[in-house]
Design a protein around this ligand. Structure first.
Ligand code: NAP
Length: 262
């Protein structure tokens, strides 16, 4: 059943999929809290959405890799007199490199944002949703969650965590008015590849596999409305998701190693 969320907090709203979530949610009638590091980008988007949709749009510039993002955000949201009933944990990034050649620093930040902040924010905002018997959490995982991702191994592992966590919480909270949805996109045309220093990966992705952020987000919101647990956007990505279920893990890892090592 479709329902409207009064106030959505979207992380990673300064570009790509997060910015489109903000646009589509404002168009559906939600007020917004936009979170990312680049304040200028968030302010520009916020102004555009206020003018286009007449919604309240707040900006909170924050580095989610720093300690205690959940506590800090919850305090700031409370100070502004808002209550979040839809949390979109979208902020995240990948890294494409040989594990031994890349230092730990980038992996540490990736784990902090993709896993740590997502989990902390869920802890921070879920209790009020449970109490109200109304709310939802959308976690952006990836098709990378379905199999090991050699040369992006840490990224793949973070997304496997997001998928597993979300499925678990979906089952824990079903029937209590709070929905959980894991979104597992294949390649989406956003600045993600450049942020992952993986522009070459973008070049070899077959065109029919590359989706727009608009299609991913509209599909995700429709999936949330029907209380889906996992949403995999696009036929090609759904098809690609079958292979990991059929192959032995060793063969799967070796095959992925050949695919990723271009
Ligand atoms: N594009 C794809 O092919 C694809 C496929 C599957 C899944 N995904 C997932 O989709 C999500 C969104 O990615 P995207 O494709 O839209 O890429 P993107 O355009 O690079 O967006 C990433 C967002 O995350 C934010 N972010 C990164 N590090 C942050 C930090 N330390 N603190 C706060 N915000 C941070 C960025 O904002 P600032 O730089 O302003 O902080 C940006 O708004 C990610 O979780 C990604 O893993 C993407």
């Amino acid at each position: 059943m479709s329902r409207t969320y009064r106030t959505a907090l979207v992380t990673g709203a300064s570009s790509g999929i997060g910015a489109i979530f903000a646009e589509q949610l404002a168009a559906q009638g939600s007020d917004l809290i936009l979170v990312a590091r680049r304040q200028d980008e968030l302010e520009k988007l916020a102004q555009r959405l206020r003018e286009a949709h007449g919604r309240r749009v707040e900006v909170i510039a924050m580095d989610l890799a720093k300690p205690d993002p959940g506590e800090l955000l919850a305090e700031e949201v409370k100070r502004r007199g808002l209550e979040v009933d839809l949390l979109v944990n979208n902020a995240g990034f990948g890294s494409s490199a040989k594990f031994h050649e890349d230092g730990y620093e980038r992996d540490q930040r990736m784990v902090a944002v993709n896993i740590g902040a997502l989990t902390e924010l869920t802890h921070a905002f879920l209790p009020a949703m449970v109490e109200a018997g109304h709310g939802a959490v959308i976690n952006i995982a990836s098709a990378a969650a379905f199999q090991p991702m050699p040369y992006m191994s840490v990224y793949g592992a973070t997304k496997a965590y997001v998928l597993s966590l979300t499925q678990g919480l979906w089952a824990e909270y079903r029937g209590r008015g709070v929905r959980f949805l894991a979104v597992c996109p294949g390649p989406v045309d956003t600045p993600f590849f450049e942020a992952a220093e993986s522009g070459s990966l973008r070049q070899v992705i077959p065109k029919p596999m590359m989706m727009t952020a608009e299609a991913v987000v509209s599909g995700s919101l429709a999936a949330l409305a029907r209380d889906a647990c996992v949403y995999v956007p696009g036929f090609m990505t759904r098809l690609g998701g079958v292979m990991p279920r059929l192959l032995p893990r060793r063969l799967l890892a070796a095959t992925m190693g050949r695919v990723m090592n271009r």
